[in-house]
Design a protein around this ligand. Structure first.
Ligand code: ASP
Ligand code: MG
Length: 467
């Protein structure tokens, strides 16, 4: 059995939806049991969240416009994908009902003037409910019986709206008892990605880009043989091809490498996708709907032998490198604790930390959007130290984190030297580095303006462009 997920760009218009349909039919013709997971049409989830936010801010026009746009977009997809007139009509009715729900939800958000995380999930989950129905109807229309299934029936989560965590035991029971009988009857389930429900049946979402995670959760729940993620690129690459022309597809990487790459900015896979597949040792393939014969990337237990130590280079941009600096910090216990308690109290995510052994500064990377309030909070917390000049200043640089990722880093000498060599040769200054917290990763912070060049030079220096 294979769980196959089609992303937003594979659902974006009738042409690609048809391609997805062909790919599924080919599997079914080979007699492979297939569970399908779909994302919303590309851009739809963004439109839905925008509708909800604008309603909360007192705008009762935008959500109506968005509703109309979504209606005509899905209407067009349906008329171009489904031949059977009766089926077409039925589907259009369902879509209209769903989008009237959107309008009603936004209307109440508008009246309340308040948008809760729970309300946001009710709205943002609508896109997948539409595509699952369209794809199921298309398959049925072409002679392959299929049924749309709302993941609210299958994936039971906690109530952390917007980033819900699945309760696996319950989910396993639900998914098996709902989906296995369908498969036994020869009906292909088409499941909404991204969404789940609490034990009480309240809709939750798994976080943006969460449809990949849905596929992995179902893969584990159903003991699938493999999980396939159909996207719009030929797998996971050695670098972002928009930055590095010579970037290559990685044929095979380990779960740990894939997790590290996706965490550090490779956008191909939702970072949590690895957790259920690794736990159940289910191979994961990343494939291209637009180029289906390409073998893509296989993510599994082992990385390829005799491969390079470094597999890929990623970058996280829009980082603020924040430094707490002071000659009076030397030997004073508790400074680091105070820094990070303050940051944690602000709810800010720290991406990387370094402290020099001279102890004159502690620096850490945070998302730039959080920097103002973080610095303000630090200045308040360290007011006494700033007055006493134990801490001289708290300052910020606009930066990007470059990460070199590969399982071989832990036992290959000279990797760091080659990275710094690549930067040094091209006059790129390294603001700070971290290695060791993860054996599979060396992270270097450079100024924002230099990150593209840094990725390119490192990619070349490490020979990642060579076969
Ligand atoms: N539609 C959701 C999003 O745009 C989930 C996904 O596409 O994976 O975030
Ligand atoms: Mg995605």
């Amino acid at each position: 059995m294979i769980v196959m997920k089609f992303g937003g760009t594979s659902m974006g218009n009738s042409e690609v939806i048809n391609r997805a349909g062909k790919i599924i039919q080919q599997r079914l013709e080979e007699g492979q049991e297939t569970v399908v997971v779909v994302s919303a049409m590309s851009g739809v989830t963004d439109s839905l969240t925008h509708a909800a936010r604008s309603a909360a801010s007192g705008d009762d026009l935008t959500f109506r416009q968005i509703k109309h746009r979504l209606l005509s977009q899905h209407h067009q997809a349906v008329t171009e994908c489904i031949q059977d007139k009766h089926r077409q009509r039925e589907l259009l009715d369902q879509i209209e009902t769903r989008l009237s729900e959107l309008e009603a939800l936004c209307q109440s958000i508008y009246i309340l003037g308040e948008l809760t995380a729970r309300g946001m999930d009710a709205v943002s989950s609508l896109g997948e409910r539409l595509t699952a129905r369209i794809l199921a109807a298309l398959l049925t229309d072409q002679g392959f019986p299929a049924q749309a299934v709302d993941a609210t029936e299958l994936i039971i989560t906690n109530d952390e709206f917007g980033a819900a965590i699945p309760l696996m035991e319950k989910t396993r029971d639900r998914a098996r008892s709902r989906l296995l009988p369908l498969l036994a009857e020869g009906i292909t389930p088409v499941v909404t990605g991204f969404i789940g429900a609490t034990r009480d049946g309240i809709t939750t979402t798994l976080g943006r880009g969460g449809s990949d995670y849905t596929a992995a959760i179902l893969g584990q729940a159903l003991n699938a043989d493999e999980v396939w993620i159909w996207t719009d690129v030929d797998g996971i690459m050695s670098a972002d091809p928009r930055l590095v022309e010579e970037a290559r597809t990685l044929p095979q990487i380990s779960y740990a490498e894939a997790a590290e790459l996706s965490y550090f900015g490779a956008k191909v896979l939702h970072s949590k996708t690895i957790i259920p597949t690794q736990e159940a040792d289910i191979p994961l393939r990343i494939l291209n709907t637009l180029n289906p014969s390409h073998p893509g990337t296989l993510v599994c237990r082992e990385t390829l032998q005799n491969e390079r130590a470094v597999k890929g280079i990623t970058a996280i941009t829009d980082i603020a490198l924040t430094t707490v600096e002071g000659r009076g910090m030397i030997g004073v216990p508790g400074i680091a604790a105070k820094v990070f308690t303050t940051v944690a109290r602000e709810g800010v995510n720290v991406l990387m930390i370094t402290q020099s052994s001279s102890e004159q500064n502690i620096c850490f990377a945070i998302p730039r959007t959080d920097v103002e309030r973080t610095v303000k909070a630090l200045e308040e917390a360290f007011a006494p130290e700033l007055t006493r000049r134990n801490v001289d200043r708290i300052w910020v640089q606009e930066a990007a984190i470059i990460a070199a990722v590969g399982a071989g880093i832990q036992n290959t000498p000279g990797v760091a030297a080659r990275l710094f060599n690549a930067l040094g040769k091209h006059g790129i200054n390294c603001l700070c580095i971290a290695q060791g917290s993860s054996k599979h990763n060396i992270s270097i912070v450079v100024s924002e303006s230099k990150y593209e060049a840094a990725v390119r030079h490192i990619h070349k220096e490490l020979g990642l462009d060579e076969e």
